[in-house]
Write a protein that binds this ligand. Structure first.
Ligand SMILES: N[C@@H](CCC(=O)N[C@@H](CS)C(=O)NCC(=O)O)C(=O)O
Length: 218
C-alpha cells in the first residue's frame, strides 16, 4: 500500500495513527508543504488520484481511497485486527459519531486557530476575535467530550477511531492555546491515556519535529 500524506495534515495524522495501531506496512509519500505556499504546487500524483487534490490518499493495488474517514473504514475491512471499530451496529454508530464530531465540529474551530495563530500574518492583519471565538467554541466541545467520557476509559467500549480523530484535533488545539479547563477530569484522564499510546505519541513527536524544523519567516 502507498499512502500520500502531509507532514502536519491532521487528516493524514488520523490515518498514520490507525496504520501504526494496526501494524500495517505502508510506503508513505509526504507531499510538499510550506507555511507560505501551503500545498502549492500540489503533488502531481495526488492531483491525478484525487479530484479534490487533498491528502491523505491511500493506494492499494488498483484501489484508490481518498478521505481519512473512508480510508479508516477501508483499513478496518482489509486489516480487521486489531479492530478500531466496535462490533455492534450501535457501537459503530457511536464511534462514527465521534469521528464526525472531530472532523466537522472540532476541526473548523481548530482551523480558525491555525489560520490566526500558526500561519504567517495575512496582508490584512490578524483577527484576534476569530481566535477568541474559536477557543470559546472549543471549550464547549471539551465539556461535551468530558461528559461523554464519564465512567469510560475511551469514547467507545475500547480504543478506536473516535478516540483517534478526537485526540488528533484536541492535541492540535493544545498546541494552539486551547487548553481544556482543569475541572474536566474525565477529558484530562482520556488525553493522558491516549497520549501514552505509542502510535499517538510517535505521531505527535513527528509533527512537533516537523514544526520545529520550519525555518523562521524572513
Ligand atoms: N475530508 C478530507 C479532508 C482532507 C484535507 O483537508 N486535506 C488537506 C490537508 S489536512 C489538504 O490536502 N489540503 C490541500 C488543498 O486543499 O489544497 C479528509 O478527511 O481526508
Amino acid at each position: 500500500m502507498k499512502l500520500y500524506t502531509g507532514p502536519i495534515s491532521l487528516f493524514s495524522a488520523k490515518v498514520r495513527i490507525a496504520i501504526a495501531e494496526k501494524g500495517i506496512e505502508v510506503d508513505e509519500v509526504s507531499v510538499g508543504w510550506t507555511p507560505e505556499r501551503r500545498y502549492e504546487p500540489h503533488h502531481p500524483e495526488v492531483v491525478k488520484l484525487n479530484p479534490r487534490r487533498q491528502v491523505p490518499v491511500l493506494v492499494d493495488g488498483e484501489t484508490v481511497v481518498c478521505d481519512s474517514t473512508v480510508i479508516l473504514e477501508y483499513l478496518e475491512e482489509v486489516h480487521p485486527d486489531p479492530p478500531l471499530f466496535p462490533e455492534t451496529p450501535a457501537g459503530r454508530a457511536r464511534a462514527r459519531g465521534f469521528e464526525t464530531f472531530a472532523d466537522q465540529a472540532v476541526f473548523p474551530a481548530i482551523w480558525d486557530l491555525v489560520e490566526e495563530v500558526f500561519y504567517p500574518e495575512p496582508p490584512g492583519g490578524r483577527d484576534p476575535s476569530r481566535a477568541d471565538a474559536a477557543r470559546e467554541r472549543l471549550s464547549a466541545l471539551h465539556r461535551e467530550l468530558d461528559e461523554a467520557l464519564v465512567g469510560r476509559g475511551y469514547l467507545c467500549d475500547a480504543f478506536g477511531v473516535g478516540d483517534i480523530a478526537c485526540f488528533v484535533m484536541l492535541s492540535a488545539g493544545l498546541t494552539l492555546g486551547s487548553v481544556p479547563d482543569e475541572a474536566l477530569v474525565n477529558l484530562h484522564g482520556w488525553l493522558a491515556r491516549c497520549g501514552a499510546r505509542p502510535a499517538m505519541r510517535d505521531e505527535l513527536a513527528g509533527m512537533q519535529a516537523f514544526v520545529a524544523s520550519i525555518p523562521p519567516a524572513a
